[in-house]
Design a protein around this ligand. Sequence first.
Ligand code: UDP
Length: 319
Amino acid sequence: MVSKKKVVVITGGAGFLGSHLCDRFIREGFKVICVDNLITGNLNNVRTLLKDRNFDYVKCNVSKDIRIPGTIHYVLHFASPASPVDYLMYPIPTLKVGSRGTHNSLGLAKDKKATFLLASTSEVYGDPLQHPQKETYWGNVNPIGPRGVYDEAKRFAEAMTMAYHRSHHMDTKIVRIFNTYGPRMRIRDGRVVPNFIDQALHSRPLTVYGNGRQTRSFCYYSDLIDGIYRLLFSGYHGPVNIGNPKEFTILEFAKLVVKLADTKSKIVYEPLPVDDPKQRRPDISLARKLLKWEPKVALEDGLMETIAWFEAQAKKRTS
Ligand code: UDP
């Protein structure tokens, strides 16, 4: 019997956000095809799904080619290194997956007459001169700086997505994701949340870069996944910010991690990375209006869950 289930392809499906999307779509009754080359993804993130008959894993570098037989209804393009440390380690694969990988994923969606959703980023705003950032802001990106490999790849990916929408009349969506955290972040991915939690759990000093006055706004993964799910089924084609508008300085954030992890860790200061954005906070008026969405999880609650998850992972490694 042919399955009546809708089929969703998720590139980067073994990564932090991709794997949570896989979980959500399986729960919602879809058939999920997870595509990943595992350079920053990890099969452990989808280990429990591998037994599910509605879940398939395809090892593939989407920057080269994606061939998937059969009907596909949705293509979600999440493949990319996503932490500054990762994309500095993989600058050319990052540029390729944003350009060729997006082109190939759009081609797959076009061929299958599927809806396409691009995982874009607040990094398209660069070091923003408008605050908070609205979707209408064009950004302030240094194209030749070390972060440019990610920022420009995602800006190109947005341009390509809009071109396919306009030229091929495809149903496309673009989510601009702001700093998101939660279980399944890699402990060594270099981002501030895993770094601080790892340092706190081992009573090592927390490494604040610069003077710690730069700001970020942290969204728990479950809120983000819900926003993306709503966006996919909306009729809107322009970019939509999904993130938590509550803004913290990195120093405040470090102090909160020290308190919640109940550690004696001190704070030390290290040099600020090149082109590190000084401020970041999403304006989510559009998501509120269009998707009836706003984040629900407070930073303290999300952080407690994330700390507990990292603690459990550390125990597994030592047992
Ligand atoms: N950061 C920090 N200490 C760390 C890691 C990051 O102070 O150990 C700072 C970083 O300089 C930036 C902010 O935390 O200002 C968020 O960095 P992250 O790498 O998480 O992502 P970004 O928002 O810069 O993409």
